[in-house]
Design a protein around this ligand. Structure first.
Ligand code: GLN
Length: 488
C-alpha cells in the first residue's frame, strides 16, 4: 500500500470504511509528515493533539457504523476561519492572542461530517495578497521548484498555506477563501484543485471578513472528486449569514460522471492578453481541444468590460476592507499599544498591528469612500461591477461554462514582484471577474511549464451551477492526466 498521506480523500474514505487502517493511523501519518515538512511554513498553528483526539472519536463512530461524509479525513484550515479554542490570527499581528470562543459555520459543518483538524494554515495577512508574502508569520514555500533551479518559489495567495499543505501531502484537503482569486491562483501554483463556489453557497459566518460582498469559502484538494466531496459538506444555508442562500446542496460527487456531450463552452476573446506567455496560451488551446474531443462545443464569447475588472476590484475590495478592519482598534481584540488618548491608542495599535499591504488597502479604501471621491471612485466601480456581471449574463445565453487559464504565469520566486504592488495585482486578472459577478470558478492542474511548474485551467460557471464545473473539470482532469509531483 502506498503511504497513507498519498491517498486521496475518496481513497481514504474507502480504506477507513474497509478498516484497512484507522483514522488515528491516518491522522498520525499526517502529523509526522507535517513535522518533517515544517520548513515549508505552511501551518501557522499545527494542532496535532487535537487531530489525534478527533481521529480517536472518528474511529469510535466508524466502529459504531455512524460515519459522516468526511469521517476521519485530516484537513487543514486556513487561519481565517474562527476555530473555537484554537487561536486564529488571519496572519496578522493585530490579532495576537485571539482565541475565538466560537466556531465558523463552514468548519462546524466539516467537524459534524467527521473531519479531523490538523491545524491552521498560513495566508497573506487578512487574505490580502497573491504570494503569501504579506503574512506576519513569514512566507510559505511552494513545494514545487523550477527544474534545475534551487530558488524557493511562492505558493500563491492568499490561501498559500492551504494549497502548499495539500500539494506537499501534509493535509488531504484544506479550507480556503477567495475574494479575488485566493483559492484558484494558489491551487494553480501548487498543482492542486480549488473551487470558489457561487457567492452565497457557503456561509461566511465566523470567517474573518476581508471584502464581504466578494469573500467566499471553498475547498482545495488533490483532485476534482475530493473538492466535490468537501464542498458538499461545507456548503448550505446558514441563518447566521444573511447572504447565504437557502437552496438545497446538490450531490456534487454524483455530477462528476455527467460528461460534457453537447455542452457549449465559451472562450472569451478579451482574455487573450497581449504578452501572455506562449505556454499559457498553449495550455488554453489544449484545454479547448480536450473539451471538444469529449463532445463539447467551443463558442467564442465576449466579456467586453474585462479590462476594467482589476481597477474596479481594487476600489471595491479595499473600500469594504477599510470598513471591516475598523474593528481592530486595540480595544476589543488582540494587540493593544497604549497611548495618551483613545485616538493615540487606536493609532499606535493599528500602526504596530497591521503590515504594509493591509495599511495600503485601508488607505485606498478610506480614500475612495471619502466625501468628494465616493462618486468618482466607489460608485463608478459599483457600476463597472454591474456591467461585468451583465457581460457574463449575456455570455451565458450562448454557452454553459467558460474556459480560461487560471493565472497569467506559473509560480514566481519568493521576493519577485514584492516591490511592485501593481505587478502583484495582475496575478488575478483571470479570477477577479468571477468574484465581481458572484459566480463559481474552479482551477485544476492541466500541464507543466517549460521549467516544470504546474499550470492551471479555470472553468467559470453560471450562478449555483457548480455541478457543471465538476462535470467539465472531471473531463479535463482525465484528459490532462496530471500526475507530476513536487520534489520529484
Ligand atoms: N490577490 C487578491 C488580493 O490581493 C485576492 C485575494 C483574495 O482572494 N483573498 O486582494
Amino acid at each position: 500500500m502506498s503511504a497513507l498521506t498519498d491517498l486521496t480523500i475518496a481513497e481514504a474514505r474507502a480504506g477507513l470504511s474497509a478498516r484497512r487502517f484507522s483514522a488515528r493511523e491516518l491522522a498520525a501519518a499526517h502529523v509526522e509528515a507535517m513535522e518533517r515538512a515544517k520548513d515549508l511554513n505552511a501551518y501557522i498553528t499545527p494542532t496535532p493533539d487535537k487531530a489525534l483526539e478527533m481521529a480517536a472519536r472518528s474511529d469510535a463512530r466508524l466502529a459504531a457504523g455512524q460515519a459522516g461524509a468526511l469521517e476521519g479525513i485530516p484537513l487543514a484550515i486556513k487561519d481565517l476561519f474562527c476555530t473555537e479554542g484554537t487561536r486564529t490570527t488571519a496572519a496578522s499581528r493585530i490579532l495576537d492572542g485571539f482565541v475565538p470562543p466560537y466556531e465558523s459555520t463552514v468548519t462546524s459543518r466539516l467537524w459534524d461530517a467527521g473531519a479531523v483538524m490538523l491545524g491552521k494554515t498560513n495566508l497573506d495577512e487578512f487574505a490580502m495578497g497573491s504570494s503569501n508574502m504579506t503574512s506576519a508569520f513569514g512566507g510559505v514555500k511552494n513545494p514545487w521548484r523550477r527544474r534545475g533551479d534551487a530558488r524557493d518559489l511562492v505558493p500563491g495567495g492568499s490561501s498559500g498555506g492551504s494549497a502548499a499543505a495539500v500539494a506537499a501531502r501534509i493535509a488531504m484537503g484544506a479550507t480556503a477563501t477567495d475574494t479575488g482569486g485566493s483559492i484558484r491562483q494558489p491551487a494553480a501554483f501548487c498543482g492542486v484543485v480549488g473551487i470558489k463556489p457561487t457567492y452565497g453557497r457557503c456561509s461566511r459566518w465566523g470567517i474573518v471578513a476581508f471584502a464581504s460582498s466578494l469573500d467566499q469559502a471553498g475547498p482545495i484538494a488533490r483532485d476534482v472528486r475530493d473538492t466535490a466531496i468537501m464542498l458538499g459538506a461545507m456548503a448550505g444555508h446558514d441563518a447566521k449569514d444573511s447572504t447565504s442562500v437557502p437552496r438545497a446542496v446538490p450531490d456534487y460527487e454524483a455530477a462528476l460522471g455527467r460528461g460534457v456531450k453537447g455542452l457549449r463552452f465559451g472562450i472569451p476573446r478579451e482574455y487573450m492578453l497581449d504578452g501572455m506567455p506562449a505556454e499559457i496560451a498553449r495550455l488554453w488551446e489544449q484545454g479547448i481541444a480536450w473539451l471538444r474531443e469529449a463532445g463539447a462545443e467551443p463558442v467564442e464569447i465576449s466579456l467586453p468590460h474585462t479590462k476594467y475588472a482589476l481597477p474596479a476590484y481594487y476600489i471595491v475590495a479595499p473600500a469594504e476592507a477599510s470598513s471591516n478592519l475598523a474593528r481592530y482598534d486595540g480595544v476589543r481584540f488582540g494587540t493593544r499599544v497604549a497611548g495618551n488618548s483613545i485616538e493615540e491608542l487606536y493609532e499606535n495599535t493599528r500602526g504596530a498591528g497591521f503590515g504594509a499591504e493591509v495599511r495600503r488597502r485601508i488607505l485606498i479604501g478610506t480614500y475612495v469612500l471619502s466625501a468628494g471621491y465616493y462618486d468618482a471612485y466607489y460608485l463608478k466601480a459599483q457600476k463597472v461591477r454591474a456591467l461585468i456581471a451583465r457581460d457574463f449574463d449575456e455570455a451565458y445565453a450562448k454557452c454553459d461554462v467558460v474556459l480560461t487559464p487560471t493565472a497569467p504565469s506559473a509560480a514566481f520566486a519568493m521576493g519577485e514582484k514584492m516591490d511592485d504592488p501593481v505587478a502583484m495585482y495582475l496575478n488575478d486578472v483571470f479570477t477577479v471577474t468571477v468574484n465581481l459577478a458572484g459566480l463559481p470558478g474552479i482551477s485544476l492542474p492541466a500541464g507543466l511549464s517549460s521549467d516544470g511548474l504546474p499550470l492551471g485551467l479555470q472553468l467559470i460557471g453560471r450562478a449555483f451551477d457548480e455541478e457543471t464545473l465538476f462535470a467539465a473539470s472531471h473531463v479535463l482532469e482525465r484528459a490532462a492526466g496530471f500526475s507530476a509531483r513536487p520534489g520529484a
